[in-house]
Ligand binder design. Structure first.
Ligand code: APR
Ligand code: ZN
Length: 388
């Protein structure tokens, strides 16, 4: 029997709990927003935890194609509050992850064994609307756009069923939100996309949340040397006198086996490419570059054998694979705890962004409407790695 929405009316919280970006570059406003019930094949979710990802920051700065006003955020874990007609893969009360890339299981990407960039995604480009071309959010009588059909900076959100993964009931909801984006994107890029080999040398450009998860994946795969690069002096203290790719070449002799770009800038993408061994090096682009930018490589150097590969969410088929990552975490096969440096309640969203911009975080998990949460970092020790 089809299960239908339990709550058939728009939700409006007792206290205002939704962050709205009214225009590009504006400070996020905490507003009261009406959240419509889910339509057919949609799910309304109570968000329990969410994180700030570089992609949200790029979107808010107007570097990606996005419509405003919007409710930002895409990395989240929550509990199903109600379901629309035809939803069969979850029911109210289930714990779920919200996925920036859906898995429709019908399109050319989903049907291909190697594909995961589902054609029903709303990132490249981003319409800010649900699959039927409408929004589920209004604020002060105005339509509010969705962010990548995820919008997690809110107590309640509405998401297509194909962009939701049901997870183990034992999952700690204050932590597993990073398994909706950061962990598959970074850890997956190393272990699943690059298939980093034992004894290899890896270079990671950008030591934010994604870069840190890449380092974790390289380490788990048995890389013997991991070189981390960042402009933040706390993460990367040395002032280089020459281009970083030249330094990497000197350090490695002939170039790295694997280079990862986890920043989203064309200059660092070129530096990552130039850091790879020219015959067998593999350069993985994980960072999302501004929509208007173009990458320029020396064409004659491509023939030598290097591989350039774009990676989204670690090439994982999102609904199939993220629940397994949660189980791996519960079974202590992977440890995501070091990737969470701060936990703040939702009303400290602005402080969270301040800390993010000051480069003091790997990833935040902040918790809307949750009672007591630690205000101290739960992990502040720097990961041990070779930095140049
Ligand atoms: N050179 C080196 N490091 C840089 C540079 C640069 N020119 N510019 C920024 N960085 C560093 C920052 O200091 C920071 O440590 O890159 C890191 C980026 O980390 P975050 O801002 O935490 O972003 P993250 O969530 O890790 O995402 C990185 O991956 O998913 C994509 O869109 C996302 O493009 C973004 C990238
Ligand atoms: Zn698909």
């Amino acid at each position: 029997m089809e299960r239908e929405s339990q709550a058939g009316s728009a939700l409006s919280a007792q206290s205002p709990t939704r962050a709205v970006a009214w225009k590009t570059g504006s400070t996020l406003a905490i507003e009261e927003v009406q959240v419509e019930p889910p339509k057919a094949q949609e799910v309304r979710i109570k968000v329990i935890s969410t994180g700030i990802c570089g992609t949200d920051d790029h979107a808010l700065k107007g570097l990606l194609s996005a419509n405003f006003p919007l409710i930002p955020g895409h990395e989240g874990a929550g509990i199903v509050e109600s379901i629309g007609k035809g939803v069969s893969s979850m029911k109210p009360g289930d714990k779920v992850l919200i996925l920036i890339i859906p898995q429709c299981r019908e399109c050319s990407a989903c049907l291909h064994p190697e594909g995961n960039f589902c054609e029903k995604q709303d990132v490249l480009p981003s319409s800010g609307l649900m699959l039927d071309g409408t929004s589920r959010f209004t604020c002060k009588g105005k339509k509010i756009y969705h962010s990548f059909r995820a919008s997690t900076f809110t107590e309640y959100t509405v998401v297509p069923e194909i962009a939701v993964a049901k997870i183990d009931a034992a999952a700690p909801m204050d932590k597993v939100s990073i398994i909706s984006c950061e962990v598959p994107t970074g850890y997956g890029a190393a272990v699943n996309s690059a298939k980093v080999t034992r004894g290899s040398t890896c270079v990671v450009f950008g030591l934010g949340g994604i870069g840190s998860a890449i380092v974790m994946g390289c380490k788990a795969s048995g890389a013997s040397r991991i070189i981390g690069i960042d402009i933040n002096e706390e993460k990367f203290p040395r002032n280089l006198k020459k281009p970083v790719q030249e330094v990497v070449m000197e350090m490695t002799g002939a170039g790295a086996d694997f280079a990862f770009e986890a920043i989203g800038l064309t200059d660092t993408m070129i530096a990552a490419w130039d850091s790879c061994h020219r015959s067998y090096g593999v350069c993985l682009i994980v960072g999302l570059a501004p929509s208007s930018s173009k990458l320029s490589l020396k064409a004659s150097e491509i023939v030598s054998g290097r591989t350039l590969k774009g990676v989204c969410l670690g090439d994982y088929k999102t609904r199939d694979c993220t629940p397994q990552l949660v189980i791996d975490y519960l079974q202590n096969k992977i440890n995501i705890d070091p990737l969470i440096t701060h936990q703040l309640p939702f009303d400290q969203l602005h402080k969270a962004f301040e800390l993010y911009h000051a480069g003091k975080t790997k990833r935040f998990t902040y918790i809307p409407l949750f009672g007591k949460v630690p205000h101290q970092p739960i992990f502040s020790k720097r990961r041990k790695m070779h930095t140049i």
